[in-house]
Design a protein around this ligand. Structure first.
Ligand code: AMP
Length: 192
């Protein structure tokens, strides 16, 4: 199985949870740029120090840094036959950067799966997650900023994939298992 996938959707849509579950089913790595940044911050690496304040504010890390990180990650052996990207690409320029990385190897994104959720539900979920996980960027002001950044910079990329005929929108509301099954069903045309 060699599926190259991206998972789209606003902060709080359940991307992280679903990415891990889906990737496990498909036997491809789930690659979350947010997780990579968080683990670098936690471990006090050079990269972590560079992105700490940016991620805590809810702004996007500069494309150059993010694109290089993804390029390195996709070059690792486990991603050669497929991957599921979570949280990347995050703007139209990153879509182009990803296209270039893949085109160099004669590859392309097979499907962009977009989790759709009501904005009100998203805010509730993020507030709850703040209590449970204590993420630095889950405070009310930062949540609002991240949603604005999503609306302005990230939401438009759905149209880019839609125009190529590789966008599948999936209802992100409901039980975790239920949403996973919807995602798996949306993948059927790619996997057959
Ligand atoms: P996430 O866990 O995907 O919500 O990402 C947490 C934070 O990491 C974001 O608010 C950004 O500051 C940063 N980040 C994650 N992915 C990207 C990306 N593709 N481009 C720029 N910044 C990113």
């Amino acid at each position: 199985m060699s599926a190259r996938l991206v998972l789209l959707g606003p902060p709080g849509a359940g991307k992280g949870t679903q990415a891990v579950r889906l990737a496990e089913r498909l036997g491809v790595p789930a690659i979350s740029t947010g997780d990579i940044f968080r683990s670098n911050i936690k471990n006090g690496t050079e990269l972590g120090r560079r992105v700490q304040d940016i991620t805590a504010s809810g702004a996007l890390v500069p494309d150059e840094l993010t694109n290089e990180l993804v390029r390195d990650r996709l070059a690792q052996a486990d991603a050669v036959d497929g991957f599921l990207l979570d949280g990347y690409p995050r703007n139209v320029a990153q879509v182009a950067a990803l296209d270039e990385m893949l085109a160099a190897a004669g590859q392309a994104i097979d499907l962009a799966l977009e989790l759709t959720v009501d904005p009100q539900v998203v805010v509730e979920r993020l507030t709850k997650r703040a209590e449970i996980e204590g993420r630095a960027d889950d405070t009310e002001d930062v949540i609002r900023h991240r949603l604005d950044v999503y609306a302005e910079q990230t939401a438009p990329i759905s149209q880019v994939y839609a125009a190529r005929g590789v966008l599948a929108q999936v209802d992100g509301l409901g039980e975790v298992d239920e949403v996973t099954e919807r995602l798996v069903a949306a993948l059927a045309p790619v996997l057959s």
